[in-house]
Design a protein around this ligand. Structure first.
Ligand code: SF4
Length: 425
């Protein structure tokens, strides 16, 4: 998982808020880099849906390598550097964020150079949660060996059906167990009020981000999936900060204005689709243009909603962090995933779904155990499966994707407005 800060990687978003977004993301990258170079604050790397609130409460500056992975994909530097990681034994079949990031480190390349950085900021500690995948642990352990810094984390449950109290209890105990190691690097004790405040800000950010995404339930949708992959930057890298909350208040107000005036993200919106799976970072702009040309708005996605944590509760910080980490779509079994997708397709009144089968991310590809077919049977919504990858464009055929997307939209046209809307509630 991850997020891009790349205004410009998709057709230029015309949001007024985007000027502030650029400032925020630049300040984030330069701030973490400065802390790492000047040793003015402890620096940690954290997985994108990891327990960042503990780090915020202890005064860490936090860097998110999956965000770096997305930038490597969007800038297409990934294609130049992944081979360096393959050459030292990391398979081309595993997470291409991992191979892009380690390859970039070995090649001494980074798209963060446009912010004046020469590489990803060097951390004092790396903190993971395997709630999303085991790959993140292997990724962080590479750097732990490389730099001789502690790698700590939560080994989580996966493929969860019902979430039991025992699951939440087990993760809570693991979070508690992390605290001494984090305190040792931070050089201070964890303050309970600081943790509550960090969880409170994360929850506020999450609620505001959910509201921004929810604006696209309107017809026409004011925000597409492609816009949201850019707008989600603060929800990922600034979760737990006041700046992220302020940003989404700004964006939410702008989206509400668009909805009120009937302004859509596309000039015309004939059809509405749902996107499941990872973005194809190196083709965001092309895909956004293709869908826009077909007057088809991709109005919602599993991916962008991954940074909505409705269980977070400052009155019970650790337990609520544990529950929130387990409720994530990516951590759930097929049954809860189908129920979630069914709810989302109704809420956003979509005409069909696109499933991206990302070659190197089985964790975020939901077509391999029959889910797409079951959903199609149950909802009567048409489904398109796109073969591709998040960063490895050798797994993606532009021509085949274009042909398949155009044929899919033709299928919606042939079905006619009544049938196209037949999947709507
Ligand atoms: S394997 Fe998938 S979920 Fe895990 S870090 Fe890579 S892209 Fe994200």
């Amino acid at each position: 998982m991850a997020a891009s800060d790349r205004p410009g990687s998709a057709p230029e978003a015309t949001f007024r808020a985007s000027a502030r977004l650029k400032e925020l993301m630049a300040a984030h990258f330069t701030g973490v880099d400065r802390a790492a170079r000047e040793k003015s604050a402890p620096v940690a790397w954290c997985t994108s849906v990891g327990p960042v609130e503990l780090l915020r409460a202890l005064g860490f500056e936090v860097f998110f390598p999956e965000n770096h992975g997305a930038l490597l994909g969007a800038s297409r530097v990934a294609g130049e550097v992944m081979g360096r990681a393959h050459a030292i034994g990391y398979s081309p079949d595993i997470c291409s964020y991992l191979t892009s990031d380690i390859g970039a480190y070995l090649a001494r390349k980074t798209p963060l150079s446009r912010f004046g950085l020469t590489g990803a900021p060097r951390p004092d500690l790396l903190l993971y949660s395997t709630n999303q995948c085991r790959e993140v642990r292997d990724w962080f352990e590479f750097y732990g060996r490389e730099w001789g810094v502690p790698v700590v984390g939560v080994t989580s449950f996966r493929d969860l059906g019902d979430i039991q109290d025992s699951h939440v209890e087990a993760i809570t105990r693991q979070l508690e167990g992390l605290i001494p190691a984090l305190e040792a690097v931070a050089g201070r004790r964890l303050d309970a009020a600081a943790l509550e405040a960090a969880v409170d800000r994360s929850r506020t950010c999450s609620d505001l981000w959910r509201d921004c995404l929810g604006a696209s339930a309107a017809r026409p949708a004011p925000l597409t999936f492609f816009d949201a992959t850019i707008q989600m930057g603060p929800a990922v890298v600034l979760r737990g900060t006041a700046e992220a909350c302020d940003y989404y208040r700004l964006l939410k107000a702008e989206l509400a204005g668009r909805v009120a005036s009937g302004a859509g993200a596309l000039p015309q919106e004939r059809f509405r689709l749902y996107w499941d799976g990872m973005p194809i970072w190196g083709r965001l702009r092309d895909l956004a243009s293709l869908f826009a040309g077909l007057e088809t708005s991709v109005v919602a996605s599993t991916y962008c909603n991954s940074w909505v944590f409705e269980a977070l509760d400052p009155r019970d910080p650790l337990r609520s962090m544990a529950r929130a980490s387990l409720e994530l779509f990516i951590a759930r079994a097929e049954g809860p995933k189908q129920a979630y997708l069914t709810r989302m397709t109704r809420e956003f009144s979509v005409d069909g779904l696109v499933f991206h089968d990302a070659r190197t991310c089985p964790n975020n590809s939901n077509v391999r155990f029959g889910l797409a077919q079951r959903l199609r049977r149950a909802s009567h919504l048409p489904v398109l499966v796109l073969d591709g990858d998040l960063n490895d464009l050798r797994c993606f055929s532009d021509e085949q994707a274009r042909t398949n997307i155009e044929a899919f939209v033709e299928q919606l046209e042939d079905a006619g407005p009544a049938a196209a809307g037949g999947g709507r509630p």
